[in-house]
Design a protein around this ligand. Sequence first.
Ligand SMILES: [Zn+2]
Length: 393
Amino acid sequence: MHEAPTLDQIQRAPKVLLHDHLDGGLRPATVLELAEQTGYDELPESDVAGMATWFAAAGAGSLEEYLRRFSHTVGVMQTADAISRVAAECAEDLAADGVVYAEVRYAPELSTQGGLSLEAVVEAILDGFRSGTARAAQAGRRIRMGLLLCAMRQETRAMEIAELVVRYRDSGVVGFDIAGPEAGFPPTRFLDSFEYLRRANCHFTIHAGEGFGLPSIWEAIQWCGAARLGHGVRIVDDIDVAEDGTAKLGRLASFVRDRRIPLEMCPTSNVHTGTVGSLAEHPIGLLRRLYFRVTVNTDNRLISQTSMTEEFGRLADEFGYDFDDMQWFTVNAMKSAFIPFDQRLALINEVIKPGYAALRSETLFGPVARLNGQSTSGMAGTTSHDHAKGEIQ
Ligand SMILES: [Zn+2]
């Protein structure tokens, strides 16, 4: 058993992020500046501290209250320049947080209020990812970014978005998702889009089992063919845990575990939306113990005031997770990414495993090894370029 990792070590550890919304992770100062530049005059506050507090969803308590906060981030993301800036800062912020691979998602239809086409929105994001990745590299941090395109469940543009996924799949778009309210908008509503993507050999994940229970998860997997589940926390409704801790899995929970279907869990966000009562009650503890393919994610960094480092720090405090657990979650996420298998493997073997090995030796051998650990950890941040060269990194 290793010592508990410090926040500084967690920050330096290589991390992989599969579930993060572009419009949920803006810098508060950027929201204000973009509002001024784009003539958006609906912001409820006029200074950075005020905006940061307003966005903080700690007391939101419901998904609706949580989602209300997005009107202003989306409000300032209506020009190509604004969208590119947000995407570039996203890549930079994630790299600074020690994320080595990220799939960030956005619904392009949200940014068409000012007349932008869906294509222009996608291209602005990919542009931003390129420049943010380049700026991070200049600062000595290597990150590879992939884009997931979301369709909004309450709207009707899913097929158009699915077609964009196919069109941009060699330019940095790695998959598809549906987002928005789960209750009343089941995944099967978009069955034709999912079938189209399957025929085109495209990857997709589906938000399911957050605001709604097992039927949503079942439809996402067994009707639509989702490769991963966004959240999926309610899968615990299909697991009975006896007083002695032994667990009995129902057929759906068994299927999800046996087929190694990745769960994109977002612990802090789930507490803020009221999906779970507290971090201590979060099913991630049970699901990790039962060896579901669990991954750790941020969901909305601005609105949940979180980061990958924060998420792992809170989980380490609550569940006693150490570097072995962190590496397990991280390798799970990398295995579940939507980029080609050889590239996933290269990141696991050349970046993730060496990064954790360095952190472990630092903890075991103290300050002398710590110097080595830092240089090795620095190396971990710079070895990913070979396989990321020439792509949206
Ligand atoms: Zn989400």
